[in-house]
Design a protein around this ligand. Structure first.
Ligand SMILES: NC(=O)c1ccc[n+]([C@@H]2O[C@H](COP(=O)([O-])OP(=O)(O)OC[C@H]3O[C@@H](n4cnc5c(N)ncnc54)[C@H](OP(=O)(O)O)[C@@H]3O)[C@@H](O)[C@H]2O)c1
Length: 277
């Protein structure tokens, strides 16, 4: 494919590097900042473009600007000279309707969201292989985007436009909620004089179990067993040594108890801890 990247940032350049590595041609990198566009283009053997310049011949324009800027960039591109064959943005949240000004001038529009964290262009490009990509587009653009995703070593799947906000919330929950729990666990371990690295095999096994058995079936520990005395002892220890985490620890206990169908049982344990602390 001949690809134009609009937005020489982390995600745009990660896709540019990976696309080039997969044999596609990045025909231009368009940026609002001349230096960023020039260095981004040089990174992938491409040509820098400024806002308002005509695009070279292409098969796909990838709009890789922040979600809040997509509509404005689409409107600007719609006013630029020359045809634009097909355009996608790469937001997991924004509707494809943000590209309406382009659709109105006959451009096929969609979105192509890599379900991966792309912290820098190089690290992002390396992480893309094996990742999943959400594709929201009508045919025949959807078919071309599936082929592009497969060529990058990613797993494409179709996502309805109206499902994007919920999907994005799910992605945030998957990527960040476990890290909040690990932050608590790290502080508890360190205060107990234990390196958090010791928990790594346990955490990795729990995550593997969650994907093999489903997260509800993979839950283990005293809450799921209904062992109120053990949980009360844990809450006492947290209150005594890391009181700043008592609310957070108790909230996780309540959440797990709810998932395990033991919400009422543990409400009493947690109420007793609140009275004592
Ligand atoms: N990073 C990730 O982990 C990740 C993962 C999946 C999807 N995404 C999606 O990727 C998109 C971009 O995110 P990002 O993290 O790559 O943001 P970013 O690093 O801030 O990059 C955004 C780029 O867009 C450029 N830009 C802004 N307005 C522009 C305009 N009018 N014309 C041309 N270029 C313009 C910025 O220019 P300057 O260089 O001048 O600042 C910057 O280079 C978002 O939709 C995000 O949801 C990101």
């Amino acid at each position: 494919m001949r690809i134009v990247i609009v937005g020489p940032g982390r995600a745009g350049l990660a896709l540019a590097i990976a696309s080039r590595g997969a044999g596609h041609q990045v025909v231009a990198v368009l940026g609002r900042d001349g230096d960023h566009a020039a260095s981004g283009a040089a990174n992938v053997g491409s040509t820098p473009l400024a806002v308002g310049e005509a695009l070279p011949g292409h098969d796909l324009v990838v709009i890789a600007v922040r979600d809040g800027d997509i509509a404005e960039v689409a409107a600007g591109l719609a006013g630029s000279p020359g045809p634009i064959t097909a355009a996608v943005h790469i937001s997991g949240l924004a509707s494809v309707a943000t590209l309406a000004p382009l659709a109105e001038r006959g451009t096929a529009t969609g979105s192509f969201h890599p379900l991966q964290t792309l912290p820098t262009p190089e690290a992002g490009a390396a992480r893309l292989a094996g990742s999943w990509v959400a594709i929201t587009a009508p045919q025949p653009l959807a078919g071309a985007l599936h082929q592009l995703a497969v060529s990058l070593g990613t797993h494409p799947f179709d996502l309805a436009d109206e499902a994007k906000p919920l999907y994005h919330a799910g992605a945030a929950a998957a990527a960040n909620f476990p890290l909040a729990s690990l932050t608590i666990a790290t502080d508890l371990f360190e205060t107990a004089g234990v390196p958090v690295e010791a928990a790594r095999p346990l955490v990795e096994a729990a995550v593997a179990n969650a994907f093999e058995m489903g997260p509800r079936a993979a839950l283990t520990g005293p809450v799921v067993r209904g062992d109120a005395a053990t949980v009360a002892a844990q809450l006492d220890a947290v209150a005594a040594s890391t009181p700043e985490w008592l609310d957070g620890f108790a909230a996780q206990v309540a959440l797990i108890a709810h998932i395990a169908g033991r919400g009422d049982e543990f409400a009493a344990v947690l109420a007793a801890e609140r009275r004592a602390s």
